[in-house]
Design a protein around this ligand. Structure first.
Ligand code: FAD
Length: 509
């Protein structure tokens, strides 16, 4: 599992502060916040809160403040002390959460929630207010194989969740990348492994235990506190509650998972898309199908020089119950009219969740600077790649992934669930622009913005937890059907009338 390290910049800042014999103060944070009138006028008095609080509290004067705010962020571009809370509360139990919410309300502070810190644009960091950090809540509480129900705390990774369930012959529609936590994933919609059969992550939540803006611990399910249950399954970074335990409906672990992988010359990507797009509906929905534009792996690099090192990658993963079923399901991928030009292939190789996570983890590694916008589209797959082909080929950064998953089977786009999550399409994907160095920020961000311009006419909506709702707050609204957005905003007014929780839009500058 990728572990986040303190950035070099933070180490240097700490070193300087220690050398000066002072407590650690983040100069950038202070300058900005003092200018906004948040510090200096009145310091937060946390004496009473401290008495009952079992976890850790950090104000900007504390040694661990910067690390608490920025240390666990997946996206290193988001480690940017332009926004910072006035207080970080690392909770350890329900009472801590309740106490912080009440403290925030009394002091007219707004609350943001930090799960695993994996949201690409870091909406958990707002200007001022309190950040409730859930990182101590790491337990899978129970797995009941008979009832097929698991109860988990939020900070359990996709990999750890599958490992715990797979050991008992069970599974859940988790996300694709190993370190991402259930916490925010389950509130987003949940673009899941085996989504064609199991549905998105939110579709299999039975209940959520959460603390409301009044500091009340409630359980939300289809039978109780239905407004919260509807909203929590999709509101993502705009939810007005803190979720502490998820009750999940489980599925039998598919007996035979297999994957096919084909690399083709990049200049053929549009032809590949013309064949693959229409093929998707003929494949069973147990096949997860994707077309990627990526940098060629080292062993194909020479063959791809002509295309600036880029390659087209087709992947098909099937969640089947026998070898025969798996091979039959994936066989049509071998009938590509361009198969003679395939640079490398692996056909229906048996795999498991561990290996699937390794493969995803290699495509989306940690410790990078990233801009991400994931989108739904009903356009032709070929049109998405026609629009972006030259733009991607010009790209210098070798770590960027442009990917579209093509939903398979007949039931596409999937029927809407009775959840806030309400975006659907025939295709899901977009640019995951990723690079190493700060000196390359400007050109990669410009490349990403241009890529979005090229794709925008072809999209029906965004995915709230993999799109830049901080830099482009309008993408939050674009992640919902109009009626779902309206209901979400009504419910926020009804259940958080004093605005205790940050909405999608406030505290972003
Ligand atoms: C490498 C990578 C791969 C990814 N792959 C997928 C994928 O396959 N499918 C998919 O659907 N998504 C994927 N995502 C997106 C990811 O699921 C979401 O961004 C999710 O929000 C991350 O969860 P988190 O707890 O780390 O969020 P954080 O960044 O900690 O939180 C984001 C926001 O969510 C809200 N939130 C989080 N937890 C809680 C809680 N317990 N209670 C109340 N509010 C909360 C808060 O408003 C918070 O500001 C991926 C992200 C990364 C970095």
């Amino acid at each position: 599992m990728a572990e986040c390290k303190l950035s070099r910049r933070l180490f240097i800042a700490r070193g300087l502060a220690a050398a000066a014999g002072s407590v650690f103060i983040a100069p950038g944070v202070y300058a900005e916040l003092i200018a906004k009138g948040l510090y200096g006028k009145k310091e937060l008095d946390i004496t009473t809160l401290k008495k009952s609080f079992k976890g850790e509290l950090f104000t900007p004067k504390d040694e661990g403040f910067n690390s608490a705010v920025y240390g666990e962020l997946w996206n290193k571009l988001a480690v940017n002390p332009k926004r910072a809370p006035q207080l970080v509360a690392k909770v350890t139990n329900d009472d801590d959460v309740i106490a912080v919410i009440k403290f925030a309300k009394e002091n007219q502070l707004k609350v943001a929630v930090r799960g695993g810190g994996h949201n690409w644009c870091a909406p958990s960091i707002r200007s001022s207010g309190v950040m409730i950090d859930l990182s101590n809540l790491t337990k899978v509480i129970s797995i009941d194989p008979e009832k097929r129900i698991a109860v988990t705390e939020p900070i359990v990774s996709n990999r750890d969740m599958q490992a715990a369930l797979n050991a008992k012959g069970l599974s859940y529609p988790t996300g694709h990348c190993p370190p991402v936590k259930m916490s925010g994933y389950l509130l987003s919609g949940g673009m899941a492994w085996n989504q064609g059969t199991w549905g998105p992550g939110v579709g299999s939540i039975e209940a959520i235990e959460m603390v409301t803006s009044d500091g009340e611990l409630i359980t939300a399910s289809k039978d109780q506190n239905q407004d919260y249950f509807w909203a929590a399954r999709g509101a993502g970074p705009g939810l007005f509650a803190v979720c502490l335990r998820y009750h999940l409906r489980l599925y039998p672990l598919p007996q035979y998972i297999a994957a096919s992988v084909y690399y083709y010359p990049y200049d053929k990507i549009v032809e590949i898309a013309e064949w693959l797009g229409p093929l998707a509906s003929a494949l069973p929905s147990s096949v997860e199908l994707s077309l990627f534009a990526v940098q060629a792996p080292a062993d194909l690099a020479e063959k791809c020089i002509v295309n600036n090192g880029k390659v087209a990658l087709v992947t098909g993963t099937v969640f089947a119950d026998s070898e025969e079923q798996a091979k039959t399901a994936l066989a049509p991928l071998n009938d590509c009219p361009l198969i003679a030009q395939c640079l490398q292939k692996t056909i229906a190789e048996k795999t498991d969740f561990e290996k699937l996570f390794d493969a995803s983890g290699a495509l989306w590694p940690g410790d990078l600077r990233c801009r991400v916008d994931a989108l739904f589209s009903n356009a032709k797959l070929a049109d998405l790649f026609k629009a972006t082909k030259d733009h991607f080929q010009k790209l210098e950064s070798p770590k960027t992934v442009l990917m579209f998953a093509i939903f398979t089977g007949k039931n596409v786009p999937a029927p809407l669930l009775d959840t806030a999550f309400s975006m659907s399409g025939k295709l899901y994907g977009g640019p995951w622009t990723m690079w190493d160095n700060e000196s390359d920020d400007a050109k990669n961000q410009a490349w990403h913005e241009e890529c979005m311009k090229l794709l925008t006419p072809l999209v029906v909506g965004h995915y709230v937890s993999e799109t830049n709702t901080v830099g482009h707050p309008e993408y939050a609204k674009a992640s919902y059907r109009a009626e779902n957005w309206a209901r979400l905003e009504q419910l926020r007014k009804k259940h958080d009338p004093h605005g205790v929780f940050f909405s999608y839009f406030d505290g972003l500058s």
